[in-house]
Design a protein around this ligand. Structure first.
Ligand SMILES: [Fe+2]
Length: 269
């Protein structure tokens, strides 16, 4: 049965690509190299990496058009469902006893776009370790390291202790790396936190938060940084605050307030 949406976009894509082939006088050898590259992506376990690097942020921008309040961001390829629930005060993201990296307190508030606090919102947080690597993706890291879920309190507030992640290079030895190399581009993403929010009035929202002044903010290989996704951060060296936080040395205070509209497009949970 014909699907009108598929008909519209696929036939336009076909027209666009045929025009592209004529415009650039693409040879058969070049055409076959391109299709072989996509096959190689799948075979290398980089099924979505090539597309995510070049196109995911643009699709996210489409979803964000006309939205009030917070915007969504790319998910990236390293999300895993089912991260452990965290409790305690403050919540601590699972980490090794000798986890490298500057301690960081990530906190903020979840509200509707009109400022109404959203209690019990689920925050599903994941990020890279100090080597730019993710648990269950890169070898030698305990399962669920730097991955966990917590809930906002009665005022919509949340707080979790973790470490500040660094910028990292995406996989560069596979087909995606070959393409980026041929374009003369670097492989770095700026330092970031990944967060999914879930709440009955929001459904599921995906965010990704960046550090002000961080390296590669202006040249993200995935072109996914948006001004609205930048954290407020400060390096805290005040001894009293360090002790209040239960820490022994300076830490990064990182704040972000989520204010999503309940009526915007979302996936039910
Ligand atoms: Fe990431």
């Amino acid at each position: 049965m014909t699907n009108d949406r598929v008909l519209t976009v696929v036939e336009d894509l076909e027209r666009t690509l045929v025009e592209f082939i004529h415009k650039h006088r693409i040879t058969h050898a070049e055409y076959r190299a391109a299709t072989d590259l996509i096959v190689a992506e799948v075979q290398a376990g980089e099924a979505s990496l090539l597309f995510d690097v070049f196109l995911e942020a643009a699709a996210t921008d489409m979803d964000n058009e006309g939205r009030e309040g917070s915007i969504e961001a790319i998910e990236g390829p390293f999300y895993l469902p089912g991260a452990p629930w965290l409790d305690g005060s403050p919540c601590v993201l699972p980490q090794r006893p000798d986890e490298s990296g500057l301690p960081m307190v990530f906190h903020g508030q979840v509200t509707s776009d009109t400022g109404e606090p959203l209690a019990g919102a689920e925050l599903d947080l994941w990020h890279a370790d100090a080597n730019g690597q993710y648990s269950q993706i890169h070898p030698g890291i305990p399962d669920w390291n730097l991955r966990g879920r917590l809930r906002s309190d009665d005022e919509g507030r949340f707080e979790v202790l973790t470490i500040a992640p660094p910028p990292y290079e995406i996989p560069k030895n596979g087909p995606t790396g070959t393409v980026l190399d041929a374009l003369g581009r670097h492989f770095f993403r700026p330092a970031h936190l990944h967060v999914k929010l879930r709440h009955p009035s929001l459904g599921e929202r995906t965010s990704q938060l960046y550090f002000p002044g961080g390296e590669y903010l202006d040249s993200d290989v995935a072109n996914a940084v948006r001004d609205e996704l930048v954290l407020e951060t400060a390096l805290v060296e005040d001894q009293a605050r360090i002790e209040r936080q239960g820490l022994t040395g300076p830490f990064v205070d990182a704040r972000y307030d989520f204010a999503f509209a309940a009526t915007a497009a979302s996936t039910s949970v």
